[in-house]
Unconditional design. Structure first.
Length: 271
Protein backbone atom coordinates (compact mmCIF):
# COMPACT_ATOMS: atom_id res chain seq x y z
CA UNK A 1 0.00 0.00 0.00
CA UNK A 2 1.44 3.36 -1.03
CA UNK A 3 0.08 6.24 1.02
CA UNK A 4 -0.15 9.71 -0.51
CA UNK A 5 1.95 12.48 0.97
CA UNK A 6 0.50 14.28 3.97
CA UNK A 7 1.72 17.67 2.80
CA UNK A 8 3.89 17.95 -0.30
CA UNK A 9 4.68 15.81 -3.36
CA UNK A 10 7.26 13.09 -2.67
CA UNK A 11 9.01 10.53 -4.88
CA UNK A 12 6.73 7.67 -5.89
CA UNK A 13 7.25 4.09 -4.74
CA UNK A 14 7.67 1.16 -7.11
CA UNK A 15 5.52 -1.89 -6.41
CA UNK A 16 7.55 -5.05 -7.09
CA UNK A 17 5.66 -8.12 -8.29
CA UNK A 18 6.15 -11.57 -6.77
CA UNK A 19 7.17 -14.86 -8.46
CA UNK A 20 3.51 -15.75 -8.98
CA UNK A 21 3.11 -12.69 -11.19
CA UNK A 22 6.32 -12.57 -13.22
CA UNK A 23 9.35 -14.64 -14.18
CA UNK A 24 12.84 -14.32 -12.71
CA UNK A 25 14.01 -12.69 -15.95
CA UNK A 26 11.27 -10.07 -15.66
CA UNK A 27 12.15 -9.42 -12.01
CA UNK A 28 15.80 -8.91 -12.97
CA UNK A 29 14.87 -6.48 -15.71
CA UNK A 30 12.54 -4.58 -13.40
CA UNK A 31 15.21 -4.19 -10.71
CA UNK A 32 17.93 -3.24 -13.20
CA UNK A 33 15.68 -0.54 -14.62
CA UNK A 34 15.13 0.90 -11.14
CA UNK A 35 18.87 0.87 -10.45
CA UNK A 36 19.60 2.56 -13.77
CA UNK A 37 17.03 5.26 -13.00
CA UNK A 38 17.69 5.90 -9.30
CA UNK A 39 21.15 4.49 -8.49
CA UNK A 40 20.03 2.70 -5.30
CA UNK A 41 16.87 0.76 -4.38
CA UNK A 42 15.50 0.14 -0.87
CA UNK A 43 13.07 -2.78 -0.86
CA UNK A 44 10.79 -2.64 2.19
CA UNK A 45 8.78 -5.79 2.81
CA UNK A 46 6.83 -7.45 5.60
CA UNK A 47 8.06 -10.36 7.70
CA UNK A 48 4.76 -11.98 6.67
CA UNK A 49 5.81 -11.93 3.00
CA UNK A 50 5.59 -15.43 1.47
CA UNK A 51 8.98 -17.24 1.56
CA UNK A 52 8.97 -17.60 -2.24
CA UNK A 53 8.73 -13.83 -2.67
CA UNK A 54 11.53 -13.16 -0.20
CA UNK A 55 13.69 -15.75 -1.94
CA UNK A 56 13.02 -14.05 -5.28
CA UNK A 57 14.23 -10.74 -3.84
CA UNK A 58 17.44 -12.33 -2.58
CA UNK A 59 17.98 -14.14 -5.87
CA UNK A 60 17.59 -10.93 -7.86
CA UNK A 61 20.03 -9.11 -5.61
CA UNK A 62 22.54 -11.96 -5.80
CA UNK A 63 22.36 -12.43 -9.59
CA UNK A 64 22.78 -8.70 -10.18
CA UNK A 65 25.76 -8.80 -7.77
CA UNK A 66 24.65 -5.40 -6.55
CA UNK A 67 25.33 -3.76 -3.21
CA UNK A 68 23.00 -1.00 -4.38
CA UNK A 69 19.87 -3.02 -3.44
CA UNK A 70 18.89 -2.91 0.25
CA UNK A 71 16.40 -5.45 1.64
CA UNK A 72 14.62 -4.02 4.68
CA UNK A 73 12.43 -6.63 6.40
CA UNK A 74 9.87 -5.28 8.88
CA UNK A 75 7.60 -6.73 11.57
CA UNK A 76 5.20 -3.80 11.26
CA UNK A 77 1.56 -4.60 10.39
CA UNK A 78 0.36 -3.49 6.92
CA UNK A 79 -0.80 0.04 7.78
CA UNK A 80 2.28 0.72 9.92
CA UNK A 81 4.47 -0.56 7.11
CA UNK A 82 2.75 1.82 4.70
CA UNK A 83 3.54 4.68 7.10
CA UNK A 84 7.20 3.69 7.23
CA UNK A 85 7.46 3.50 3.45
CA UNK A 86 5.95 6.97 3.09
CA UNK A 87 8.42 8.38 5.62
CA UNK A 88 11.37 6.86 3.73
CA UNK A 89 10.00 8.34 0.52
CA UNK A 90 9.85 11.75 2.21
CA UNK A 91 13.46 11.44 3.38
CA UNK A 92 14.63 10.32 -0.06
CA UNK A 93 13.74 13.78 -1.38
CA UNK A 94 16.22 15.44 1.03
CA UNK A 95 20.01 15.67 0.92
CA UNK A 96 20.42 12.43 2.92
CA UNK A 97 22.46 9.72 1.23
CA UNK A 98 20.99 6.37 0.15
CA UNK A 99 22.73 4.54 3.00
CA UNK A 100 21.31 6.86 5.65
CA UNK A 101 17.79 6.72 4.20
CA UNK A 102 17.86 2.93 4.09
CA UNK A 103 19.18 2.52 7.63
CA UNK A 104 16.70 5.12 8.90
CA UNK A 105 13.99 2.51 8.45
CA UNK A 106 15.01 0.74 11.65
CA UNK A 107 15.16 3.99 13.60
CA UNK A 108 11.79 5.32 12.44
CA UNK A 109 10.06 1.99 13.19
CA UNK A 110 10.45 2.73 16.91
CA UNK A 111 8.35 5.88 16.52
CA UNK A 112 5.37 4.14 14.90
CA UNK A 113 2.65 2.80 17.20
CA UNK A 114 0.70 0.31 15.11
CA UNK A 115 -2.28 -1.84 16.00
CA UNK A 116 -5.93 -2.63 15.41
CA UNK A 117 -9.31 -3.19 16.99
CA UNK A 118 -10.39 -6.80 16.27
CA UNK A 119 -13.56 -8.79 16.80
CA UNK A 120 -11.51 -11.90 17.60
CA UNK A 121 -7.97 -12.87 18.54
CA UNK A 122 -8.55 -16.59 17.90
CA UNK A 123 -6.23 -16.52 14.87
CA UNK A 124 -3.93 -13.73 16.01
CA UNK A 125 -0.29 -14.83 16.21
CA UNK A 126 1.39 -11.41 16.27
CA UNK A 127 1.19 -10.86 20.04
CA UNK A 128 0.88 -13.25 23.01
CA UNK A 129 -2.79 -14.20 23.54
CA UNK A 130 -3.89 -15.64 26.87
CA UNK A 131 -6.27 -18.58 27.11
CA UNK A 132 -8.82 -16.23 28.70
CA UNK A 133 -8.67 -13.80 25.77
CA UNK A 134 -8.79 -16.68 23.31
CA UNK A 135 -11.91 -18.04 24.98
CA UNK A 136 -13.60 -14.62 24.97
CA UNK A 137 -12.99 -14.39 21.22
CA UNK A 138 -15.80 -16.89 20.71
CA UNK A 139 -18.30 -14.71 22.55
CA UNK A 140 -20.38 -12.47 20.25
CA UNK A 141 -19.92 -8.73 20.58
CA UNK A 142 -16.43 -8.83 22.03
CA UNK A 143 -13.77 -6.47 20.70
CA UNK A 144 -10.06 -6.33 21.40
CA UNK A 145 -7.51 -3.55 21.15
CA UNK A 146 -4.10 -4.73 19.97
CA UNK A 147 -0.76 -2.98 19.50
CA UNK A 148 2.15 -4.88 17.95
CA UNK A 149 4.72 -2.09 17.65
CA UNK A 150 6.80 -0.81 19.36
CA UNK A 151 5.79 -3.34 22.06
CA UNK A 152 3.00 -5.95 22.09
CA UNK A 153 -0.20 -5.10 23.97
CA UNK A 154 -3.65 -6.70 24.10
CA UNK A 155 -6.76 -5.50 25.97
CA UNK A 156 -10.44 -6.32 25.85
CA UNK A 157 -12.34 -3.18 24.83
CA UNK A 158 -14.28 -1.81 27.78
CA UNK A 159 -14.60 1.28 30.01
CA UNK A 160 -11.19 0.65 31.60
CA UNK A 161 -9.35 -0.49 28.47
CA UNK A 162 -6.07 1.33 27.93
CA UNK A 163 -3.22 0.92 25.46
CA UNK A 164 0.11 2.60 26.13
CA UNK A 165 0.84 5.08 23.36
CA UNK A 166 3.45 7.57 22.18
CA UNK A 167 4.86 10.13 24.58
CA UNK A 168 5.29 12.68 21.80
CA UNK A 169 2.97 14.46 19.42
CA UNK A 170 1.68 12.36 16.52
CA UNK A 171 -1.18 12.04 14.08
CA UNK A 172 -3.32 8.91 13.85
CA UNK A 173 -3.99 7.06 10.60
CA UNK A 174 -7.13 4.88 10.67
CA UNK A 175 -8.23 2.26 8.10
CA UNK A 176 -11.77 0.89 8.37
CA UNK A 177 -12.37 -2.82 7.85
CA UNK A 178 -15.55 -4.85 8.38
CA UNK A 179 -16.02 -3.77 11.99
CA UNK A 180 -18.04 -1.00 13.55
CA UNK A 181 -16.36 0.70 16.51
CA UNK A 182 -16.02 4.25 17.78
CA UNK A 183 -13.41 3.33 20.41
CA UNK A 184 -10.48 4.59 18.36
CA UNK A 185 -11.94 8.04 17.76
CA UNK A 186 -13.64 8.46 21.14
CA UNK A 187 -11.10 6.87 23.48
CA UNK A 188 -7.76 5.93 21.91
CA UNK A 189 -7.17 9.21 20.06
CA UNK A 190 -7.88 11.18 23.24
CA UNK A 191 -5.72 8.94 25.46
CA UNK A 192 -2.82 9.22 23.03
CA UNK A 193 -3.30 13.01 22.65
CA UNK A 194 -3.05 12.79 18.87
CA UNK A 195 -2.98 16.05 16.96
CA UNK A 196 -5.33 14.82 14.24
CA UNK A 197 -6.97 11.75 12.71
CA UNK A 198 -6.64 10.82 9.03
CA UNK A 199 -8.58 8.07 7.27
CA UNK A 200 -7.01 5.64 4.81
CA UNK A 201 -8.03 2.58 2.84
CA UNK A 202 -7.50 -0.76 4.55
CA UNK A 203 -4.44 -2.50 3.06
CA UNK A 204 -5.20 -5.66 1.11
CA UNK A 205 -2.97 -7.74 3.41
CA UNK A 206 -4.58 -6.60 6.68
CA UNK A 207 -7.20 -9.34 7.03
CA UNK A 208 -4.61 -12.09 6.56
CA UNK A 209 -2.07 -10.37 8.82
CA UNK A 210 -4.53 -9.86 11.71
CA UNK A 211 -6.40 -13.14 11.27
CA UNK A 212 -9.80 -11.51 10.67
CA UNK A 213 -11.47 -9.15 8.23
CA UNK A 214 -13.56 -7.62 11.02
CA UNK A 215 -11.11 -5.00 12.17
CA UNK A 216 -10.13 -1.35 12.16
CA UNK A 217 -6.38 -0.83 11.76
CA UNK A 218 -4.52 2.21 13.06
CA UNK A 219 -1.00 3.63 13.16
CA UNK A 220 0.55 6.83 14.47
CA UNK A 221 2.83 8.92 12.28
CA UNK A 222 4.97 12.04 12.31
CA UNK A 223 3.75 14.06 9.32
CA UNK A 224 6.34 16.82 9.42
CA UNK A 225 9.37 16.10 7.24
CA UNK A 226 11.51 18.48 9.28
CA UNK A 227 10.89 16.37 12.40
CA UNK A 228 11.78 13.15 10.57
CA UNK A 229 14.90 14.79 9.18
CA UNK A 230 15.94 16.02 12.62
CA UNK A 231 15.45 12.54 14.13
CA UNK A 232 17.66 10.92 11.52
CA UNK A 233 20.37 13.59 11.42
CA UNK A 234 20.67 13.62 15.23
CA UNK A 235 22.05 10.06 15.14
CA UNK A 236 25.75 9.39 14.68
CA UNK A 237 26.76 8.44 11.15
CA UNK A 238 29.45 5.96 10.11
CA UNK A 239 30.93 4.79 6.84
CA UNK A 240 30.48 1.14 5.93
CA UNK A 241 34.00 -0.29 5.72
CA UNK A 242 32.83 -2.75 3.05
CA UNK A 243 30.76 -0.80 0.51
CA UNK A 244 31.68 2.73 1.61
CA UNK A 245 28.11 3.98 2.05
CA UNK A 246 27.18 6.32 4.86
CA UNK A 247 24.87 4.78 7.47
CA UNK A 248 23.34 5.09 10.93
CA UNK A 249 23.03 2.21 13.38
CA UNK A 250 25.05 -0.97 13.71
CA UNK A 251 24.58 -2.55 10.29
CA UNK A 252 24.68 -1.51 6.64
CA UNK A 253 21.31 -2.34 5.07
CA UNK A 254 22.88 -2.60 1.62
CA UNK A 255 25.69 -5.10 2.25
CA UNK A 256 24.63 -6.41 5.72
CA UNK A 257 28.06 -5.77 7.24
CA UNK A 258 28.26 -4.74 10.91
CA UNK A 259 30.21 -1.54 11.52
CA UNK A 260 33.60 -2.15 13.19
CA UNK A 261 32.79 0.00 16.22
CA UNK A 262 29.60 -1.93 16.96
CA UNK A 263 31.32 -5.24 16.31
CA UNK A 264 34.04 -4.41 18.84
CA UNK A 265 31.46 -3.38 21.43
CA UNK A 266 29.53 -6.63 20.82
CA UNK A 267 32.68 -8.71 21.36
CA UNK A 268 33.56 -6.76 24.51
CA UNK A 269 30.04 -7.27 25.88
CA UNK A 270 30.21 -11.00 25.12
CA UNK A 271 33.50 -11.36 26.96
Amino acid sequence: MMLPSADQPIPPAALLRGPDQQSLEQSLGEMQALLDQHGHVVVVYSSATPPATEQRLRSVRSILESDRVALLKSDLPPLGLAVLIRQLRQLSATDLSAGVVASAGRLLTHYIHAGAVLNTVAKLDRVPVSLKSHAKSWMPGKQFGVVTNPAPQLVEIGPEARLAGPEFGTWLLVAQGQLQTDWIGSTLASAWSVQGVVEAELPAESARWWGTGKLVEFATFLPDLSVLYQLVTSVRRDLCHWCGLELIGDRCVFCSVTTPGHARRDRAAAS
